[in-house]
Design a protein around this ligand. Structure first.
Ligand code: GTP
Length: 597
């Protein structure tokens, strides 16, 4: 146990976490030439393309220091706010963290939020100044920033380059000398923290755990405390680049477990694994069921594909337990599902996986957060509004509450004014403003989550010319003045285009939506009026003019081969259009409300 070190790497996105992990594996000889690939830890296709570590993994390295053999467990943490609970559990499985800061970019919002998580878990922090090879690097200044942030000594900040290999040995030495060895008692009953799980279509769910007390043995009957279910440990082992089966994993160490579980929902991150016959009296603290934050409808483009969509979603849920869905129907779109996601990125990932892995073509409706509505009947439990159509009749509503977040934004002093105006426009209230240095400012706002879902990231980037980083965490429900804006096409309400918005913005949004839809919906053989309404009151109107004959003639020229080519092309690029009444609506129109600026 005294020769084990468990650590993670925390960093703002793109500061070099994955590159540094690769370099550590290289240096400790944990990777053979054959296994060498860029970004070894990111092994899902989608992850590689997006350059974001979606699922955390763990890897074990052997390293000899001063003639003694050490086992280093690197626990990878996902780099996106949508997956912050997984980050917190990965951090809880470690005793130390490398805090990686880009020598050109200095401290950013995620640097700070991850640091706080690490400090809450009493982790030993090893500051690493990465990318010192960059011509734009500012090592002295950024070291000062780090010293200010951590209250450490400048000599404790390791200068490194994950690209050239500078500082790597020093980092390994620091891990051994500064990160404490795990504590715990091998003789106590088993207590292991689940910090991640991965679905393997052949072997079932692989659970990643860190043993806090006791030991886990091959064949042992174990129990998951939160779910209350027991299984046999068919296989346990340690994780190198591949799995190495073992007969036991003892206190302080990290490993994987295979029990034949086929449904990802049975393994919950944050749960405690214990012995079935001699269960621990103290499950590891901090367990939470992850809750979806963003909801949207997913509908098949072709109504006949509903059953296919259902079976695809069920399969997806087997390996992504954070996806939740219930059937719903829409007057405009027919049968589909209301789905809950951890955030916008999670939603995009699900949509992409449905298309790639299951060959489904789907329409996703305007995402919204989950509101609580209380009626004048004085009910104690709120009506949960995950779909605009669930909002009770306005005349019966007593009050509505919406989820709020604490937003942390770090930007340059020059952009403070712009960022403030944006946040206030998004109904934010400033809580704190701190000058980290003379040039860099940390702003903290309380803001409605709904405003983050709508185009906030893009706007923030624009108003700060890219010099702002952003992170958030939920802080509970607060009262809100909410209304539903409905859209009518050809005088017919299209429920799938309805959006829940704050009353103060309703007129503006209604007008913008009509304008945007006019842009997005292709012209057809007849005029199409577009109207926005609150209840029976029309608040805005636009008209899509009918196509004129000669325009079609010009487009297609009557040339049959050209027409065929066009048809062929349309078939290839999947046609995400939905016929609603006699109007064809493209997918972008359903998301129009997200892109109003
Ligand atoms: P996420 O996994 O998306 O959070 O990013 P990350 O923090 O893992 O960053 P990643 O390792 O993908 O590195 C981001 C970019 O910085 C890549 O293009 C790397 O090649 C580059 N990079 C990483 N370390 C160094 C370094 O020491 N020097 C230089 N010049 N570039 C580096």
């Amino acid at each position: 146990m005294e020769k084990i070190r468990n650590f993670c790497i925390i960093a703002h996105i793109d500061h070099g976490k994955s590159t540094l992990a690769d370099r550590l594996l290289d240096f400790t000889g944990s990777v053979t030439e054959r296994e060498k690939q860029d970004q070894l830890l990111d092994n899902m296709d989608l992850e590689r393309e997006r350059g974001i570590t979606i699922k955390s993994h763990a890897i074990q390295m052997d390293y000899v220091h001063n003639g003694e053999k050490y086992v280093l467990n690197l626990i990878d943490t996902p780099g996106h706010v949508d997956f912050s609970y997984e980050v917190s559990r990965s951090i809880a499985a470690c005793e130390g963290a490398l805090l990686v800061v880009d020598a050109a970019q200095s401290i950013q919002a995620q640097t700070i939020s991850n640091l706080y998580l690490a400090l809450e878990n009493d982790l030993e922090i090893i500051p690493v100044l990465n990318k010192v090879d960059l011509p734009s690097a500012n090592p002295e200044e950024v070291t000062d920033d780090i010293v200010d942030l951590l209250g450490c000594k400048p000599e404790e900040v390791i200068q490194a380059s994950a690209k050239t290999g500078v500082g790597i040995e020093e980092i390994l030495t620091a891990i051994i000398e500064r990160v404490p060895a795990p504590k715990g008692n091998p003789d106590e009953s088993l207590q292991a923290l689940v910090f991640d799980s991965v679905y393997n279509p052949f072997r079932g769910v692989e659970t990643y755990f860190r043993v806090v007390n006791g030991e886990i043995k091959k064949g042992q009957k174990i129990k998951f405390v939160a779910t209350g279910k027991s299984y046999f440990a068919d296989e346990i082992g340690t994780l190198k680049l591949t799995q190495h089966p073992k007969n036991k994993i003892s206190t302080g160490d990290v490993g994987y477990l295979i029990t034949g579980i086929k449904d990802a929902r049975e393994v919950k991150v944050g749960d405690t694994i214990t012995d079935s016959a001699d269960p621990t009296k103290n499950p590891i603290g901090g367990f939470e069921d992850v809750k979806p934050m963003v909801f949207a409808g997913i509908y098949p483009v072709d109504t006949e594909d509903f059953e296919d969509l259902r079976s695809s979603m069920e399969k997806l849920q087997l390996n992504d337990a954070s996806l939740v869905f219930t059937p719903e129907s829409s007057a405009a779109l027919g049968f589909g599902f209301r789905c809950g996601f951890l955030g916008m990125l999670h939603m995009e990932i699900i949509q992409e996986r449905l298309e790639r892995e299951f060959d489904m073509t789907v329409i996703t409706t305007v995402p919204n957060v989950s509101y609580h509505a209380y009626t004048t009947k004085g009910d104690i439990d709120p009506i949960i509004v995950n779909n605009p159509t669930d909002l009770p009749d306005p005349s019966t509503i007593d009050r509505v509450e919406e989820p709020y977040i604490k937003a942390t934004i770090i930007t340059k002093a020059d952009f403070v004014g712009n960022v403030m105006s944006l946040c206030i426009e998004k109904r934010g209230q400033i809580v704190n403003q701190t000058y980290l240095t003379t040039e860099r400012v940390e702003l903290i706002f309380d803001m409605p989550l709904a405003e983050i879902v709508f185009d906030f990231y893009d706007r923030l980037k624009t108003v700060s010319k890219g010099y702002a980083s952003f992170d958030y965490s939920p802080i509970g429900m607060r009262p809100s003045k909410l209304v539903r804006v409905d859209i009518l096409l050809n005088a017919q309400p299209v429920d799938a285009l309805s959006a829940l918005v704050h009353f103060d913005n309703a007129y503006h949004i209604g007008k913008k939506m009509c304008e945007k839809l006019k842009e997005l919906i292709p012209r057809q053989q007849f005029d199409i009026p577009i109207q926005a309404a609150i209840g029976s009151k029309i608040i805005s109107r636009e008209t899509i003019k009918a196509l004129r004959k000669d325009v079609t003639a010009k487009c297609y020229g009557g040339d049959i081969s050209r027409k065929r080519k066009l048809l062929e092309k349309q078939k290839k690029g999947k046609k995400r259009m939905r016929q609603v009444g006699n109007v064809e609506i493209p997918q972008q129109a359903f998301m129009a409300v997200l892109k109003l600026n």
